[in-house]
Design a protein around this ligand. Sequence first.
Ligand code: ATR
Length: 470
Amino acid sequence: MDRSSEIGVVGLAVMGQNLALNFARNGFRVCVYNRTPERTEAFLRDRVRGEPIVPAYTIEEFARCLERPRRILLMVQAGPAVDQVIEALLPHLEPGDLVMDGGNSHYADTERRMQWLADRGIRFLGVGISGGEKGALLGPSIMPGGSPEAYAMVEAMLTRIAAQSEEGPCCAYMGRGGAGHYVKMVHNAIEYAFMQGIAEVYDFMKTALGMPTEAIAETFERWNEGTLNAFLTELAARVLRYRDPETGDPLVERILDKAEQKGTGRWAAQSALELGVPTPTLTVAVLARTLSHFKADRERIGAAFPWPDRRTPSSPEAALSDLEAALNLVVLAAFSQGLWLLHEASRAYRYGTDRAEVLRVWRAGCIIRARWLGFLREVVREDPEDPHLLFSARFRAELQARLSAAGRILREAFEAGVPMPALSTAADYVLSMRRSQLPANLIQAQRDAFGAHTYERLDRPGVFHTEWLD
Ligand code: ATR
């Protein structure tokens, strides 16, 4: 079996197992290795059924098993584990070999590792992979970044195992350096915002409209037939329909309302702040998860802070139609902010990311796959150099058609005590970006008044300072 495997997979947690099976079922010979041998044995025993997969029980054996130049996919826990595995592999690799990191690594770590390996003549790709367990097995969305030469070594394999959409395989070169992991991070930030938007309209239906869970599920099902057609819309309906076998109640109503996160959404918000790109809806989705954790505090404050918490709007049918428009607005704002962030990151870090390709890769396989993606790709292609989707008349028209409905929902939500941070920021984002004049002049004047920070004028060039308080 020496030198006969076309791809090596390190790390046999669920994602690693499913990707190994996906490669093998597409005809590629795979060698697998896991730090703990029992996991490898269990994988072969329980899941491998004649697919061309061979195990290696030491790193040496693993390295021997692979065709030269080697192609290795790491599917280990993001963080120090990636460095440890690379350390262990290094003595057994040769110049020209390729290592890919398919985990959710931070893009800065990816760039560091790329440099580290480049110094030894070894190629490295940071590969964002989305689609969850099922996607990994049946066709994920794959976002590889690094050198074009490194990508060329695996392009055929990755495009083969990726999800396929009418616009082609959901795998494309995302750009240089840490671009692959950066794009995946932005994907996750949009995912957070989309989920937050879904959670908010669910809360509105439950609290302001008093709808039972079944009816809410039905509403998401109906929306999934229209512009909101998306994996996450469908998933919301399915999850809401699921009944707890023990109690017979919708299981979702029995789940503790504290949302967890693994960090990619927070990294996106941090990167946006560092780059000076406003991504309010993406950021607030992270904050809303954080805030949800203060359950005991919320209970204590809520008990002492009366507010209606329930009020049926004059027309529930009209409210539902407005709500659908509002969720569309959240989704469009989230994509708009994410794509602006990608534009600026690509410029700052010289990724050379083609955002039309990013949208194509997100078309199927990944968690944020949605009907809107085809339209968004057309918008980006109108002028790929435009940072803003908002420069497109077609995109603005879609927002304009929904902004009033969002406003009506926000007013009703306020009356009913339903917080809708994703929707408010989405609406604010649109209102702010369409204002040629913002009140930042007063902020500048105050800064100059208390700290002599100076200001510029509208009516003539130059930098000015005034003794305001004399
Ligand atoms: P999950 O949460 O689904 O288990 P994960 O934590 O992202 O997935 O990844 C776990 C994988 O990373 C496992 O294959 C694990 O190997 P073990 O089965 O031996 O635990 C691997 N992993 C974690 N830390 C590692 C390390 N320092 N060196 C090598 N492999 C490591």
